[in-house]
Every structure is written in C-alpha cells, then in structure tokens.
Design a protein around this ligand. Structure first.
Ligand code: C5P
Length: 402
C-alpha cells in the first residue's frame, strides 16, 4: 500500500486532455494519506471542472494569482511554502516552455518560482510536439534545475497519433510520489506520544501537578512526523505550539490522558510516554472552592493509573518507550523502572537539570545495556532517541519475518 502520510502535495493541472486523470490521482494521493491542494490554469478548467477537484481534494481550488479572496485565505507565497512537493500533471508543452523560462504570469508558474519544494512534472502532449527540439531543450533545462520528469508513456494518443506523449497513469504518478519519501524511517508507522504534566483537580480552582514544560515530547513528535510517522500527541496543559503535521489531543487529568491513549492505541507501532503524570489525585474533588477556614487541610489522595504500564500490558502491544526523571541514582532507578513497567526502552535523566531547559543529557537503557547520548538541544537528542526506536522497530520486524 502506498504511504504518503502527512505529505503536502500541490497538484498543478494545466490544459491537456489528460487532466481527466487528475480526479483519480487526487483520490489515490489522499487515500495514501497526503493532503492535496489543487491549482488549475484557465485552460485546465476547460478539461475538468474546479468543482470536481474541490470535491476530491476537500479544499478550494486555486485558479488566479490576483484573486483577493483566495489570497486572503491562503496566499500564493504561503501555498508555495506549504507544499512538500509540487506535481504538475498534465504538464503541457506550453507550460513546460513557460516553466523553463521562469515565467510568472499566472498562479501556477509563479508558484514554481516561489516554492522551495521538489517539483515534478508529468508531460502530456502530441508525440510530434514531444519530439520537437524546443520541447526537448526546455526539458533539459528543467532537468538541470532538479525538476523531476515523470513520463511520458508511449501509445495511442487522443489526436489519433501513436508515440510518446501520453501522461503516466494516476497509479504510476502516485507511486512515484510515494517513492520520493520511501526513505522516511517511519513512513506508515503510527506513534502515540504523551507529553506535559497532568493536573489533578482539588476543587474548581486548585490542582496538583508536576513540573513539565512538554518540550521533550513536542520535539519527539515533531521529529517523528518529519521522518514520516503519523503522530498523535496526547498533551497535558503546556504553552507550546502544536508541531507541524502532528495531531494533538489536549487532556488535563491522568484519567483523561489514559482514556485518550486507549482510544488511539489500536494500530499503533510505537508508544512514547514522556508525560509527567501525577502519581496521585485527590480522592474527591470539592464541588465548590474550598474555604480557608482552618489552619490545616487534609487531602486524601488515591493512586492514578500508570498509563505506560497499561499500554505495556496489552496483547499485541506497540514498542513501548518510557522516560525517568530521577533526582538520584539515575541509571539504577531507570533500569528498575524499565523492568518493572516492562518497557522496551527507557531514557533516564537527572530531573532538576531538565525542567524547562532547552537541552538535555540522557542515558538510553534497554534490557541489553545502557548508553549515554551526547547532551544537546532537545530536538537533536530527539533524533538520537528516534534512531534507537527505529532499531527496535526494525529488529521486531525481522523477528516476525523469521
Ligand atoms: O513517574 P515515573 O517516573 O514512574 O515515570 C516513568 C514513565 O512512566 C514515564 O515514561 C511516564 O510518562 C510514565 N508514566 C505513565 N503514567 C503514570 C506515571 C508515569 O505513563 N501514571
């Protein structure tokens, strides 16, 4: 099955009869997990309607450079920045010529100049137009600028000729797209990550909580998504922006965090428990604000569920990765926690060093041993952590195959 999870594909349609194949192409790309936005030249709208493309992509189709409304919603520079890949299909001889010469006289040609994304074109034209030295010279120019040129195929043409110039089929183009990202280590993998603190209500205005900025969990979520994973971040209250391409579920209490994790766990390949979950919660939550009437206040606390242990106990469980922030005997305590919670991997660090800090130094602990990772910014350390997780995922896969 093709995987394009989280990928953003800007599909540029120009005016050729093969434009009809874009309906199926959009459906295939979306089915593979990509988000597709469509830009059409005026000529393209003579072959397939913007309404069809809007219905299939689920987004408004972009037609004009100077459309005030469209620019207000997602301007052309924003659209150019948004894309991971710009795919022009079909790419007519005229469009190829304009792209080769850096024209910016309509929306699609302007986007090509403005984008830093990869650009792929799927030429479609009459075989004689294809063979013409002008077209070939233009293609050579585009190739030298790192444009990907997919096709054309040879065969019967709409005009009755036979020869090269047919646009590739939708399935072939979708496969080319997927191959571009095949190297993403986590393509097709589903990650669930908990992060931030939990809050356990005492009364409507007070709560018990832990120190946790959420930075480590958010860095892991962002890096895993970059490597192609589908990432669900179950987050306690933090003041961080949701990383790109990550689905965030906001929760407050440990029980809510557990419920959210359990609802998402089917099909997960990796669970990473980074959250600083409160170990106890008040046995009862006062309905009204508790008054300061006496010098002492007794709170009865009860144990919260241990989310990571619940996940580790499941049949058919994902790879389970935990964290241990300790104030003493970091590695020894980490080892104990790995065994007690039945984890595949645990990252241990010194608790007070890490709160709110942008850098971290951790020791990776598995049943086979331990290794300290070089201290660095949380984003950089997140990459090293994910490399360890990739090794475990790969060894499990090999284990299955054997
Ligand atoms: O709090 P503790 O040191 O036991 O945390 C170790 C690991 O267990 C962490 O990965 C944390 O996210 C997870 N945990 C959890 N649910 C709890 C307590 C901890 O998932 N109630």
């Amino acid at each position: 099955m093709l995987s394009l999870t989280n990928k953003r594909i800007l599909l540029g349609i120009t005016g050729g009869i093969a434009a009809y194949k874009c309906a199926e192409l959009t459906r295939l790309l979306s089915k593979a997990g990509a988000e597709v936005r469509v830009v059409m030249t005026r000529a393209a709208t003579e072959f397939i309607t913007p309404l069809t493309m809007q219905a299939l992509s689920g987004h408004r189709v972009h037609l004009d450079l100077l459309d005030i409304e469209a620019e207000a919603a997602m301007g052309h520079i924003e659209l150019a920045r948004w894309a991971d890949l710009v795919l022009v299909a079909p790419a007519t001889a005229d469009f190829i010529s304009r792209a080769a010469h850096g024209k910016a006289d309509d929306l699609l040609s302007t986007l090509l100049l403005a984008t830093k994304a990869r650009v792929a074109i799927a030429p479609a034209m009459n075989q004689a137009m294809w063979a013409d030295p002008a077209t070939q010279a233009n293609l050579e120019l585009l190739g030298s600028r790192d444009f990907l040129i997919w096709g054309p195929a040879s065969g019967d043409q709409a005009c009755g000729d036979v020869g090269p110039g047919r646009m590739l089929e939708a399935t072939e183009l979708a496969t080319h797209c997927a191959e571009l990202w095949k190297s993403g280590a986590f393509a097709g993998r589903k990650f669930i990550i908990t992060g931030g603190p939990t809050r356990e209500a005492i009364d409507p205005v007070r709560f018990i909580s832990n120190h946790s900025s959420g930075k480590m969990a958010y860095a892991l979520a962002s890096e895993a998504a970059d490597l192609g994973a589908e990432v669900i971040l179950v987050s306690g209250p933090v003041s961080l922006n949701t990383p790109d391409r990550v689905r965030r579920i906001d929760v407050e209490s440990a029980q809510q965090m557990l419920d959210a994790v359990l609802s998402q766990i089917p099909g997960a390949d990796v669970f990473i428990g980074v959250a600083a979950v409160a170990d106890y919660r008040p046995a009862e939550v006062a309905a009204e604000k508790i008054k300061k009437s006496s010098d002492e206040l007794q709170l009865k606390l009860v144990r919260n569920p241990d989310i990571i242990s619940e996940v580790a106990r499941m049949n058919n469980r994902p790879v389970v990765v935990g964290f241990a922030a300790e104030t003493e005997d970091v590695v020894a305590n980490g080892k104990q926690k790995l065994a007690k919670k039945n984890l595949d991997l645990l990252f241990a660090n010194h608790a007070t060093d890490t709160f709110n800090s942008d850098t971290v130094a951790v020791t990776a602990i598995t049943a086979n041993g331990e290794e300290s990772l070089p201290e660095g910014r949380k984003e950089v350390v997140a990459r090293s952590m994910l490399n360890r997780i990739a090794e475990i995922l790969n060894s499990k896969r090999k284990g299955h195959a054997a």
